[in-house]
Ligand binder design. Structure first.
Ligand code: ADP
Ligand code: MG
Length: 452
C-alpha cells in the first residue's frame, strides 16, 4: 500500500465514527508525509488540527494504523500550512510556534514595562481623511513629547483605531529613546489601581509611581466619569506631570465636553491641549486597510471579495478586520480560492443581522458538535471541567450573535445567575481579542453556525 492508500483507509474508518462537520474541520488537508522506522508522520494544515488530532483522535488513528500494519509504533503530527511550500528538511524542523507564524497569526507579547502591545505601530496604521488630523497630532507628539500638544486627546467611535494610534505613539517614543518611561493604562485598570491603593493605604506609593512617568497614556478615559476618587487622584497626577512637561495622551469615545459626570476641572484640563477626532473611514481607506491586512498575512484574496467587504462594512475598522481575518483563516485552512459567493456566506452574520439567519438551536448544536459533546442536558448542567469552556463560549455567542439578555442566557444554562453569564462573556470576549487560538476556534464555530 502507498502512504496515500494507507491514509485513505484510516480516513474512511474515522469518518464512520464522527460527524461530517467534524471530519471536515479536523481531517481536511491531512496526509501521511512519511513512514520511517515504524513511525508514521502525519502532516496537518494547522496547529489546531494538530492539537485536536493529538488529543482526541490519536488513539483511534493508531489503532487503525496498527490494524493495517502491526509494525507501526508511533505517530507524529506535523504542521504543514497548505500554501507554504517547504522542503522536506524544513518540514521536519517545524515547531508549533513557527507553524503558527506561517499561518500568519503570531502572537506578540505585551511589554511588562510599558504595557504596550508591539503589534500597534505606525507602519501598519493606514492614514486617510478620517484620521489624518489625529495622525498629524500624534506625529507632533512623537517628535517632541511634552512640548507640542499636551494633553493629546483623541476621540471617536469604537473600533476606529484610537487604541492602535495611542499605543503606536508610545511604541515609537520608546523606540527612539529606550530610557523614556512610557506607560499605557486602560482607564478601567487605572480606576481599579486607584481604588485598591486607597483600600491598601498605598496611595502615596502609587502617586510616586505615576508621577515618575515621562509619557502617560490612558485609554478610554470616559470610564472615569462618575468615579469621584479616581477623578480626584487623576487630577493631581495630571497636574504634576503637566507641570514637569511630561506628555499625557488620552483616548475617549466622545469629546471631553460630552463626557457626563466629569468634573469641570478635568474637562478644562482635557480641553487645554489638542483634541483630535477620528471619523469613519471612506471607501478608499477601507480598501487600503483590507489590502494591508492580506499583505501582512501573505494571502491572495480577489479584488471583488475585498470590494464586497469594503462596500458592506463602513463604520468600523475592527469589523473590517474581523471580516478579512475570517476570509484569511478560511483561505488558509481550506486551501482553495475564495469566490465572492463563499465570502458572502462566510460574512453573512457580520453583514446581515445575525438574528435573521441563525437561532439558539443552531448555535448550541454547533458548539456541542464542534467539541464533540453529547447533546442534551449534560452540556447545560454537567460539572465536568471539559464542558466549562464550551459553555462559556456558548454564552458568549448567544449574547454576541443573538443579543439575548444575560438573565435569559442564565436561565437556559440551568438557572445560572446573570453575573456568572456576564463574567463568562467578558472572559471569552477578552480571549477572542487576545488569544489567537481561541479566536480561531470561535471563528471555526461561527463558520459552522452560519453554514447550517
Ligand atoms: P478603538 O480603540 O478606537 O476601539 P482599535 O484601535 O482597537 O479601535 O482598532 C480596532 C482594530 O482595527 C485594531 O485591530 C486596529 O489595529 C485596527 N485599525 C484601526 N484603525 C486602523 C488603521 N488606520 N490602520 C490599520 N488598522 C487599523
Ligand atoms: Mg480602544
Amino acid at each position: 500500500m502507498t502512504n496515500e492508500e494507507i491514509w485513505q483507509s484510516v480516513l474512511s474508518q474515522i469518518q464512520l465514527n464522527i460527524s461530517p462537520a467534524n471530519f471536515a474541520t479536523w481531517f481536511a488537508n491531512t496526509r501521511i508525509s512519511s513512514i520511517e522506522n515504524n513511525e508514521v508522520t502525519v502532516s496537518v494544515p494547522n496547529s489546531f488540527s494538530k492539537e485536536w488530532l493529538e488529543q482526541k483522535y490519536h488513539k483511534d488513528i493508531l489503532k487503525i494504523l496498527k490494524s493495517l500494519d502491526d509494525n507501526i509504533k508511533e505517530i507524529k503530527y506535523i504542521v504543514t500550512p497548505v500554501n507554504v511550500k517547504m522542503s522536506n528538511s524544513q518540514r521536519k524542523g517545524v515547531k508549533k510556534e513557527e507553524a503558527f507564524e506561517q499561518l500568519g497569526f503570531s502572537e506578540l507579547e505585551v511589554s511588562k514595562e510599558t504595557n504596550l502591545n508591539p503589534k500597534y505601530t505606525f507602519d501598519n496604521f493606514i492614514i486617510g481623511p478620517f484620521n489624518e488630523i489625529a495622525y498629524a497630532a500624534s506625529m507632533a507628539v512623537v517628535e517632541e513629547p511634552g512640548k507640542n500638544y499636551n494633553p493629546l486627546f483623541v476621540y471617536g467611535d469604537v473600533g476606529l483605531g484610537k487604541t492602535h494610534l495611542i499605543q503606536a505613539i508610545g511604541n515609537k517614543i520608546k523606540e527612539s529613546d529606550a530610557n523614556k518611561k512610557v506607560k499605557y493604562i486602560p482607564a478601567e485598570k487605572l480606576i481599579s489601581t486607584i481604588v485598591n491603593a486607597i483600600r491598601n493605604q498605598s496611595v502615596e506609593e502609587l502617586k510616586k509611581n505615576l508621577r515618575d512617568i515621562d509619557v502617560l497614556i490612558v485609554d478610554d478615559i470616559q470610564f472615569i466619569a462618575g468615579k469621584d476618587k479616581t477623578q480626584e487622584e487623576f487630577f493631581h497626577t495630571f497636574n504634576s506631570l503637566y507641570q514637569k512637561n511630561k506628555q499625557i495622551i488620552l483616548s475617549s469615545d466622545r469629546h471631553p465636553n460630552n463626557i457626563p459626570a466629569l468634573t469641570e476641572r478635568l474637562k478644562s484640563r482635557f480641553n487645554g491641549g489638542m483634541i483630535a477626532d477620528i471619523n469613519t473611514p471612506d471607501y478608499e481607506t477601507r480598501m487600503a486597510i483590507l489590502k494591508q491586512k492580506i499583505e501582512e498575512k501573505n494571502v491572495n484574496i480577489s479584488t471583488d471579495v475585498l470590494e464586497y467587504i469594503a462596500n458592506n462594512i463602513q463604520k468600523n475598522v475592527r469589523e473590517l478586520e474581523s471580516a478579512i481575518n475570517r476570509i484569511i483563516i478560511y483561505r488558509k485552512t481550506n486551501n482553495k480560492t475564495i469566490e465572492l459567493e463563499d465570502a458572502k456566506k462566510l460574512l453573512k452574520n457580520i453583514i446581515v443581522s445575525p438574528s435573521k439567519i441563525t437561532n439558539y438551536k443552531k448555535i448550541v448544536e454547533s458548539i456541542t458538535e464542534f467539541y464533540d459533546i453529547p447533546s442534551g442536558n449534560m452540556f447545560f448542567s454537567s460539572r465536568k471541567k471539559e464542558f466549562a469552556r464550551p459553555r462559556q463560549i456558548a454564552m458568549y455567542l448567544l449574547k454576541k450573535e443573538l443579543k439575548m439578555s444575560y438573565s435569559e442566557i442564565g436561565r437556559k444554562f440551568g438557572g445560572k445567575d446573570h453575573t456568572t453569564v456576564i463574567h463568562a462573556c467578558q472572559l471569552i470576549e477578552k480571549e477572542y481579542e487576545e488569544n489567537e487560538k481561541i479566536h480561531q476556534e470561535i471563528e471555526l464555530i461561527l463558520q459552522r453556525i452560519y453554514s447550517k
